[in-house]
Design a protein around this ligand. Structure first.
Ligand code: ASP
Ligand code: MG
Length: 391
């Protein structure tokens, strides 16, 4: 009897009705002969409200109190789902991250999982009880409550799957898997039934919001069989696999608003670049280096990391100019010819490219914010059959 981890996102547990439906999915998996442990996110919108509550105090970010507040959405969804299961006659135990416990470092609001103790969960599983674990939450060495960063429940689920040596980790969301582009933006976006961990990681890091990049990374590292499915009813799912041979361009990812920081390195150069990157890593701020010379560095960060990044640069005495652009990327095996076709297509459509960065796994173009949707469609048309296009 293998262990299956099921993770349900905020929309999947967004109402009592959705929770009852999720309970049915859990029961179906148990009836198929598996031991099931569940990880849940807070109900849709709950964490945003909690973040607002905490941010009424200007000193909140980075404190144990902030994480204490924003972690609570998961307690509610977790307890409610356990009740939904019990209502259907299935024994379930709601567990906070610190009851498991899931140990993390103490980087508040962006904590990293260090170790999960599975003894209690294993006991529940062998007693036929469904552990319903609050995602996103952890316990630091200082005995404080931590959170794993927005979208972090995916990581809780994959880490738990790795710790329990689960046969499968199913990430349930409101879309049935990964598409060649966001189907809300590109009507001809195609479903991707299998994708390699490394390509999924690139897509997630470049903005595809289906699964958190850190969850893919741990899945890849610990060889957790991962699937992405919809809890809203669909036979389809995307399975993550080992690297596939020469897959060409696999998908288009985008970040609606990204911040490019142009910095002046004309100080004690070599070490300055190193120090900037070390600081960004230390604060767990993902960055993308667009280009750099000995005097100049151009990098992009997500909008949510803009002020933290500016603080780091200011503290280091580095002058910078911020620019806001949409970030659109083609991910997969990228050839010189792919790059030329994309740039030609953008030129033909009169889309201004502020900057671009590429390697053999992705091509990223920064374009004006109001041209984002057009840019995604052009990039998609360049690499995928436009014959399937529905006008
Ligand atoms: N509830 C948290 C958030 O909204 C964690 C998650 O949903 O994965 O970011
Ligand atoms: Mg999510």
């Amino acid at each position: 009897m293998s262990i299956v981890i099921q993770k349900y996102g905020g929309t999947s547990v967004g109402s009592v009705e959705r929770m009852r439906h999720v309970a049915d999915l859990i029961i179906a998996e148990r009836n198929a002969g598996h031991k099931v442990a569940v990880v849940v996110s807070a109900m849709a919108g709950a964490t945003n409200q909690l973040v607002k509550s905490a941010n009424q105090f200007s000193n909140a970010p980075g404190t144990p109190a902030y994480d204490f507040i924003v972690s609570t959405g998961e307690n509610v969804s977790c307890g409610m789902l356990a009740l939904a299961l019990a209502e259907k006659g299935v024994k379930a135990m709601p567990l906070s991250g610190w009851q498991v416990p899931i140990h993390t470092n103490n980087l508040y609001s962006k904590a990293r999982i260090e170790k999960i103790h599975t003894l209690y969960i294993q006991k529940l599983l062998s007693d036929g009880i469904v552990p319903v674990v609050a995602g996103f939450q952890g316990l630091s060495h200082d005995h404080t409550i931590t959170t794993l960063g927005r979208g972090g429940s995916d990581t809780s689920a994959v880490a738990l799957a790795a710790a329990l040596n689960a046969g499968r980790c199913d990430i349930y969301t409101d879309i049935d898997g990964i598409y060649t582009a966001d189907p809300r933006v590109v009507v001809s976006a195609q479903f991707i039934p299998t994708i390699s961990y490394s390509t999924a990681l690139q897509m997630a890091s470049l903005g595809t919001k289906i699964i958190h990049p850190r969850a893919v990374k741990s899945g890849m590292e610990f060889k957790v069989p991962l699937r992405i499915l919809s809890s809203f009813g669909s036979d389809k799912f995307t399975a993550l696999t080992d690297d596939l041979t020469n897959s060409g361009v696999v998908g288009i990812s985008h970040i609606g608003e990204s911040v490019i920081l142009e910095t002046d390195l004309s100080g004690p150069q070599t070490t300055l670049l190193h120090t900037i990157l070390e600081n960004l890593n230390h604060h767990d701020i993902p960055y993308d280096i667009i280009n750099h010379t000995s005097k100049h560095l151009q990098l992009s960060v997500e909008l949510s990391d803009e002020s933290a990044t500016k603080n780091i640069l200011t503290n280091l005495g580095v002058a910078f100019i911020p620019h806001h652009y949409a970030k659109v990327s083609a991910v997969g095996n990228i050839t010189k010819q792919n790059i030329d076709s994309a740039i030609n297509a953008f030129n033909a459509a009169n889309i201004f490219i502020y900057s671009n960065v590429h390697d053999n796994r992705r091509l990223t173009l920064f374009v004006p914010l109001n041209l984002m949707e057009a840019a995604i469609n052009i990039l998609h048309d360049t690499f995928f059959e436009s014959a399937t296009k529905k006008d």
